[in-house]
Ligand binder design. Structure first.
Ligand code: AHG
Ligand code: MN
Ligand code: MN
Length: 335
């Protein structure tokens, strides 16, 4: 018999304190969790069930889709479309809004997701994840339009990610702190293992894809150069560097032991403000990071305050330990 708090129990108890809660959100989250367990299983079985490798197709971002990008997108849809909680979904892997099929009732929430984050890591057996964000539909029980999704991140009802690492974890916020759950495969339940996750304010660890260095703007150039100078430079201490190439894994490391993560604005492709997508990567991660005491910014503005312009909009992201992010933001102000 398990002795921990299950995710379902945790959510029901949390909702009890919210006046007017109908249980609908709890039910929606249950379906998200089922999708995540299904994805965890597929990612874990890997080559045994023939899901590795790439397809010939590209997504709306022009990225080659992995088989698992498409399979996990389907798993998110199938598990969440039927119950009547959602008025529409949007995903990294779909150009347009996914309408709830006519045979199912419409609900009062919207969901956006990145079904498989870090999918370039999937064939090499390095951690990947799923990111999701739940918003209120501006008009409940009416088929959602793309415009309905273009709400600033501060409006998120819930944000979470699943990390398919050496264990599968689900990390979640509904705006009352951040809690982490670990999947116990024997009983098929997520158990609360990381209550009240907090990002340490200080860190000596930074994460950035340094192969883009020549494209960075001056403030990021300065910040990274000073980190590399270590104890002999102006920061007066040595730094460590990590780059997993799965945002979920980077954010999870930062939630666990602190750090700073940057996918900054660069001049590589003038048509793109950054690499990561606002609605289903930057916003949910920013909500989680802020709820854990960290900071998340484009370098120039708070990500959660931005009004999205389109479903697949890209943004620069600088997030993590408060004091360290503030150093970088200070350099942006001075520039
Ligand atoms: P996705 O696999 O969903 O397209 O996202 C990958 C993202 C993000 O998770 C990661 O931080 C970044 O892309 C890695 O980019 P590089 O390949 O440029 O390092
Ligand atoms: Mn991603
Ligand atoms: Mn993805």
């Amino acid at each position: 018999m398990h002795t921990g708090t299950t995710l379902t129990q945790f959510i029901i108890e949390e909702q009890r304190h919210i006046a007017g809660a109908t249980g609908e959100f709890t039910a929606l989250l249950n379906d998200v969790v089922t999708a995540i367990k299904t994805i965890s299983n597929a990612v874990n079985k890997g080559a045994l069930i023939g899901v590795m490798g790439a397809l010939e197709t590209e997504n709306v971002q022009g990225e080659t889709q992995k088989k698992l990008d498409v399979i996990t997108n389907e798993m998110m849809i199938r598990n969440n479309e039927w119950a009547g909680h959602l008025a529409g979904m949007a995903s990294e892997e779909m150009d347009e809004v996914y309408p709830i099929p006519a045979q199912y009732p419409l609900g009062k929430y919207l969901m956006v997701f990145d079904p498989l984050d870090g999918s370039s890591n999937v064939d090499i057996n390095i951690s990947v994840g799923t990111i999701f964000s739940i918003l209120r539909a501006p008009v409940p029980n009416r088929a959602a339009t793309a415009a309905d999704f273009l709400q600033p991140g501060v409006k998120q009802v819930c944000a979470g990610y699943a990390l398919y690492g050496s264990s599968t974890m689900l990390v979640l916020t509904t705006g009352h702190g951040v809690n982490g759950f670990t999947l116990d495969r024997d009983i098929g339940e997520f158990i609360l293992t990381h209550p009240g996750m907090k990002i340490p304010a200080d860190t000596k660890e930074f994460a950035i894809n340094a192969s883009n260095q020549r494209f960075w703007e001056a403030p990021v150039q300065r910040y990274v150069a000073e980190c590399l100078e270590g104890s002999t430079g102006p920061r007066g201490r040595d730094f460590n560097m990590r780059w997993v190439a799965s945002m979920v894994a980077e954010v999870h490391r930062i939630l666990t032991r602190g750090g700073i993560f940057m996918y900054p604005r660069d001049t590589k492709d003038p048509g793109k403000a950054g690499k990561l997508r606002l609605l289903y990567e930057a916003n949910p991660m920013s909500f989680i990071v802020e709820q854990a005491g960290g900071v998340s910014s484009t370098g120039y503005e708070r990500i959660l305050d931005m009004t999205p312009e389109n479903l697949h909009q890209r943004v620069p992201v600088i997030l993590g330990s408060k004091n360290e992010v503030e150093v970088v933001l200070g350099y942006h102000k001075q520039a």
